[in-house]
Design a protein around this ligand. Structure first.
Ligand code: ZN
Ligand code: ZN
Ligand code: ZN
Length: 376
């Protein structure tokens, strides 16, 4: 569910996409299921087998090719795109090809990452790859999407605040944990994300005791017990933009080794946020968090990158990872989420999202960063 921006916003985005196409020598931009489409038009395609595709030729009108039965879902954006409805028995890929060709075969087309493979295969039949070069739409779209404008930042702030309210409920002991399954708690957190204003729940990882050593653990039928550390990592989409937060709570006083490791994690996460300044490289954020964990001797148990970009998608560019030398710029939004995972024993992660601004990192999450100990 995407909140519609004023038409002028989409006109501007398409214009900037065309400039990027020009620079990249892309003759046609083809976007289907995924976030590029609502970013450019305000319309989110149904993720089904019928083709919806925005065709943006380098010069000439943009056209949204859409199944006739789904056309009523589209809010018209005058000047942004024309609608081309296709009937059940038509070949929509032939329509796309005809719109792009207008005389000659394209030498370079950019296709969205999450277009169904079946449509790419059909496009390859029209324009075999010996004559047409295929690139990812990211080449054109990422430079636009990676820098959030003020309306997007406002949406991320609102989504983050809604997730924070659920984190506060967790930390206040309002979400019953002991004696419930991880799956039941996960469903509870999901319901609370919706109650706080999200339109969609994207994930609600609940991992207790040894299960938390698996960073993307699937909430299971295992019953949570007193004495365990419980990791909750959850987020949803609100008015088109995502939230993502991780907090851990201890069910009763934690063992000394857990408390010590958490103090390291807390410091590592703060160091990552402090490094997230305009002009630093993305990998500097990873290095700042990792250094703290390495120096405390937990390095081999921090088994993932420090962060990912966030926006219309829960994970998108830029990634806070060794090797990413991209300089952080105003409007970059991303997570800082170091973790320590001891196989078969326990796991912990602390995650906030931030937006880089000229005045330093703007936190999207402000829920208590300490290891909250709940009475059991
Ligand atoms: Zn994750
Ligand atoms: Zn997360
Ligand atoms: Zn995350």
């Amino acid at each position: 569910v995407t909140a519609l921006a004023p038409t002028a916003v989409y006109l501007d985005r398409i214009a900037r996409a065309r400039v990027a196409m020009d620079q990249a020598g892309v003759d046609a931009l083809l976007v289907s299921v995924g976030s590029d489409l609502p970013y450019l038009t305000g319309y989110e395609a149904m993720p089904l087998e019928r083709l919806t595709m925005l065709v943006v030729p380098r010069d000439g009108e943009a056209t949204m090719v859409i199944p006739r039965l789904e056309a009523p879902r589209v809010a018209p954006q005058p000047g942004v795109f024309e609608l081309r409805r296709w009937d059940e028995i038509a070949d929509p890929v032939a329509i796309v090809a005809e719109l792009v060709e207008a005389g000659c075969r394209p030498s370079k087309v950019a296709v969205g990452d999450t277009m169904w493979a079946r449509f790419l295969v059909a496009l390859l039949e029209h324009w075999p790859s010996d004559g047409t070069h295929y690139v990812r739409s990211a080449e054109v779209m990422n430079p636009l999407r990676i820098r959030k404008d003020q309306a997007e930042i406002d949406a991320l702030v609102a989504a983050g605040a809604a997730a924070d309210r659920v984190a506060a409920q967790l930390q206040a002991g309002e979400i019953e944990l002991v004696g419930r399954t991880e799956a039941a708690v996960s469903a509870d957190i999901g319901a609370r994300l919706l109650a706080e204003g999200h339109d969609i729940v994207n994930f609600a990882i609940v991992a207790a005791g040894p299960n938390a050593a698996s960073p993307h653990h699937h909430a299971s039928s295992r019953v949570i017990s007193a004495g365990e550390l419980v990791l909750c990592d959850f987020g949803g989409t609100m008015a088109g933009y995502c939230s993502d937060i991780t907090r851990c709570v201890s069910l009763g006083p934690p063992p000394a080794e857990v408390a010590e490791a958490y103090a390291v994690l807390h410091e590592a996460q703060a160091a990552g946020v402090a490094a997230a300044v305009v002009g630093a490289a993305c990998e500097d954020v990873d290095r700042a968090s990792r250094r703290v964990i390495d120096e405390a001797g937990y390095g081999e148990w921090f088994i993932h990158r420090t962060g990912h970009g966030i926006g219309m998608e829960a994970h998108e560019d830029p990634y806070m990872v060794e090797g990413n030398t991209l300089p952080i710029a105003t409007g970059h939004a991303f997570s800082v989420e170091p973790g320590i995972y001891l196989d078969g024993r326990w796991g912990m992660r602390l995650e906030d999202c931030v937006v880089a601004t000229d005045d330093g990192p703007l936190p999207l999450n402000r829920a208590d960063h300490s290891l909250v100990v709940l009475d059991v």
